[in-house]
Design a protein around this ligand. Sequence first.
Ligand code: ZN
Ligand code: ZN
Length: 408
Amino acid sequence: MKAVQFDFSVARYAYTRIASRFNPREYYGPRSCVSLRDVPEPRLRGPEWLVLRSVFSGFCGSDLGAITLHDSPTTQPFTSFPFTFGHENASVVEEVGNSVSGVSVGQRVTIIPPLGCRVRGIETMCAPCRSGYNAICENFAEGNLSPGTNTGFCRDTGGGWSKYYLAHESQIVKIPESLTNEQACMIENLCSALYPVMRAMPEEGENVLVMGCGPIGLGVIASIRALGVKCHITAIEPAELNRCKAKEKGADEVIDPSSESIYERASKIAGGKIYKPILEKHILMGGFDRIFDCVGSTDTINLSFRLAGGGATMVLIGIQVTGKIDWTPVWMKGLRVIGNLGYGEVVYEGERTHCFNVAIDLILKGKIDMTDLITHRFSIEEYKRAVEVNTNKAKYGAIKTIFDLTDQ
Ligand SMILES: [Zn+2]
Ligand SMILES: [Zn+2]
């Protein structure tokens, strides 16, 4: 079968780093780390495993980060090569291991991607896994599976950017009859936004700022509205299409940083006063109560800190390798900074459950739907085109792109 894979070698990495500066197409050229390969079909790893057939698989910012070599080298020990991409999946069960119960061949499923202690056969689970937040497992390079934080970044499991891949029974989430495959394929992406919102839930009447309106930022806005929190939401986003979507998802104000002063609009909205240090950027005193940074760049982190009000909460969701961060506003304003990766269990309607189940419930109740963000579909043979579109989203009018494997 064919699979879109990432294979690291120092030579390929070094070549792509240099050549891509002159021609971005080198990111997916013949000497890059990404290619469409013929690989053997996967076999069950044990009685607790399943073989899944991929129907749709999303293209995530984290996939693009790997392809364009923008991932922090810090994450390298927690990945194994070559791996097949694809962690945002709508799939069908193809084969079931002997000890798997409650799921049968032909059932539509999605997967919870993290490859934590349970999946790795580690009996004494780490503290995060015990607490129900396996996306930050401490054993991503341990146990009986090759290193990998998630399905789609581990050489042993494969991923949704190929016809078949493997999943552990603990990763399986059944798709209810009334959900479409498109909705199922967007659940993982939605939970990357819904979970941090539930961890740092806005309070009624707060001034909330969402930095960046890609699929995650839009998911944050939609999640806050789906959960019925009556707070004021401001979004900052340069792309016009995404600004329109931010309004549709429930933002009260949307700031275009390319045509207006962020500080002036922010001070009008959140009521703070702008100060102008002689040698540094502006700073707002009395700004937003809660900020979700869904970009995570040097600029957005610095800006978030400077726009925050006293005692505000800043949630860092975006992942980028950053340059110099000025931490002064953090201590000066007594900010609370929360880092977030992925999702885990939450308390919802009085019960403890995984965030994926909350997302499904909200979709079933008609309170949230992210399928309108799907702007492009590709076959895996068109993966180069998919990378091109994802590296130039504004130019192609793209928000979320997915691979359609129904013809594989
Ligand atoms: Zn993702
Ligand atoms: Zn763990």
